[in-house]
Design a protein around this ligand. Structure first.
Ligand SMILES: [Ca+2]
Ligand SMILES: [Ca+2]
Length: 192
């Protein structure tokens, strides 16, 4: 009886989960430490990332950060990837954007003419960049930083492809010209 109670307590406090950062092919999707818990209860949780691709204006670096820019006003760039539940039980999928950063980079002449003074700011792209996808519908990137977004259920063996699109509003002007922004997409599968 005692053991049963203990097991239930552990299950409630830390559900079994698999967490991965989306990264590009050659670097392979690295799996978070949290997957250690994968055998804690009946069934396993395993989340695989594949088919990672980007359109012009964005790329995944080796640390799993999606780097965006340079982009023109009105431009957009997309990244796609496929997630597969390779575990033995269904899981609730959710996404979280982490380590959202921006860079001014080297100030160009048009940026200067548009009134950009450079300095140690984070650049104007980060402030203006909008994101759609992963259950986010055209919101400012900085406003969804760190939020956990639920994306439904993934059954064992099931694959689903996701696309995230970053858009620069057409009216931002030249201040964003040489700026870049980046963030990590974390995908999490939790036993339900
Ligand atoms: Ca600036
Ligand atoms: Ca700038």
């Amino acid at each position: 009886m005692k053991n049963k109670k203990l097991a239930a307590g552990i299950g409630g406090a830390s559900a079994v989960a698999a967490v991965v950062a989306i990264t590009a092919g050659t670097f392979a999707a690295f799996t978070d430490e949290e997957q250690r818990g994968a055998v804690a209860t009946a069934g396993t949780m395993d989340l695989k990332v594949s088919n990672v691709s980007n359109t012009e204006g964005s790329s995944f670096d080796k640390d799993g950060a999606l780097e965006v820019g340079p982009l023109h006003p009105g431009d957009s760039s997309s990244a796609s990837f496929t997630l597969t539940n390779e575990g033995s039980v269904a899981g609730g999928l959710s996404f979280r954007l982490e380590q959202v950063t921006g860079n001014e980079n080297e100030l160009t002449e048009p940026e200067r003419e548009a009134g950009d003074s450079g300095g140690k700011g984070k650049g104007e792209l980060l402030k203006n960049l909008r994101i759609t996808g992963l259950t986010i519908e055209d919101e400012k990137l900085v406003e969804v930083d760190g939020e956990l977004r639920s994306a439904g259920t993934l059954d064992p063996g099931q694959s689903q492809t996701f696309t995230v699109t970053l858009t620069v509003p057409p009216d931002v002007g030249s201040k964003i010209q040489n700026d870049s922004a980046g963030f990590r997409i974390m995908a999490e599968l939790n036993q339900q």
